[in-house]
Design a protein around this ligand. Structure first.
Ligand SMILES: C[S@@+](CC[C@H](N)C(=O)[O-])C[C@H]1O[C@@H](n2cnc3c(N)ncnc32)[C@H](O)[C@@H]1O
Length: 315
């Protein structure tokens, strides 16, 4: 495919804007109406059109990379907090490689949510398993379900503060009291523009506005901002740790952070609290890795081992 055709197609599939790639109504219809024997290829071809999912030209290689890295994240990162029987929520599941790998670790339901109906259609084709329920956030909210663990990988950095606040509030509501949040975040990343800088660029030029509206937005934040957003949503015991300390994965995520937090058991601790939590800054990551161990989550949950170590009861 020529570069210009490829760029036009990418723009066309991103027409919904606001980080909703493959969200155009026709995408879901194309997947659903493709002849069964071509459906997987159609789904892979569509994923290859979006900057969110596949990064190289070889869609089969990219699918294999996604499966391999997401299986590793499921085993070493999310799996450290999931025990068999847990009901789990994946926020911003994309094509479902991670959700499917997590679903293999529990007999409970895994709710896999995404804003894009098109990517959910692809996920059902590529990564459908009996205990996986692919839904939009609005559909999940209508279900009234609650979950033991909620996680989100490679999503928060694409959300504005306002949307992230809403998402954290929704995840808090979805978790049972005492339930755990595992949130991958990018903090203190050199060269990443913050939301204000993105907004300024959008107001300054047409190209900046097009990038803001239709491009893949990546917002830089500080660790302190993330901890504050979690506290504001009602989470407690928040810690921020380098992913690399928990998981050895060949993916950008490895050089970034994960926030672990908990919905409190008791009501009444929700608002007006100072941000309580701790975090390990990104800059001296190599020092942390070569030196003493990182912060422990110190969560006191008897079901869990020290944060980052897979539960012995998980498969
Ligand atoms: C980079 S992909 C990550 C997919 C998957 N979590 C993974 O790690 O393989 C980000 C996903 O977040 C979804 N997303 C973006 N904004 C969202 C929102 N406000 N609500 C739900 N999903 C959203 C996108 O549609 C996309 O599928």
């Amino acid at each position: 495919m020529g570069t210009r055709t490829s760029a036009t197609l990418r723009a066309a599939v991103a027409m919904r804007g606001s980080q909703n790639f493959l969200g155009a109504a026709w995408v879901e219809a194309v997947v659903d109406h493709a002849p069964a024997r071509y459906r997987r290829d159609v789904a892979l071809g569509l994923l290859a059109l979006s900057p969110h999912y596949f990064h190289g030209p070889d869609r089969h290689q990219e699918a294999a990379r996604n499966r391999r890295t997401r299986e590793r994240l499921a085993a070493e990162l999310v799996g450290a907090y999931v025990v068999d029987g847990d009901v789990v929520l994946d926020y911003g599941c994309g094509p479902g490689y991670l959700a499917a790998a997590v679903a293999a670790r529990t007999r409970g339901d895994v709710w896999a949510l995404d804003i894009s109906a098109g990517v959910l259609a692809c996920a059902r084709v590529l990564n459908g398993t009996p205990n996986l329920r692919y839904r939009t956030p609005a559909e999940f909210a209508g279900s009234g379900a609650t979950v033991d663990v909620a996680y989100s990988v490679a999503v928060a950095q694409h959300l504005t503060d306002a949307i992230l606040r809403k998402v954290l509030s929704d995840l808090f509501a979805a978790l049972r009291p005492g339930g755990r949040l595992v949130l991958h975040v990018v903090v203190d990343a050199p060269g990443w523009r913050d939301e204000q800088e993105w907004r300024h660029a959008a107001a300054s030029s047409l190209l900046g506005w097009l990038r803001w509206r239709y491009g893949l937005n990546c917002f830089g934040r500080t660790g302190a901002q993330v901890i504050d957003l979690l506290a504001e949503a009602g989470f407690v015991d928040a810690t921020l740790r380098p992913v690399r300390d928990l998981c050895d994965v060949d993916d950008d995520v490895a050089g970034q952070h994960v926030a672990i937090a908990r919905r409190p058991e008791l009501p009444g601790r929700r608002s007006g609290l100072p941000a309580q939590g701790s975090w390990v800054p990104a800059a001296p990551l190599h020092d942390q890795l070569s030196g003493e161990g990182p912060l422990s989550a110190g969560d006191g949950d008897p079901r869990r081992h020290r944060a980052g170590q897979p539960n012995s009861s998980s498969k």
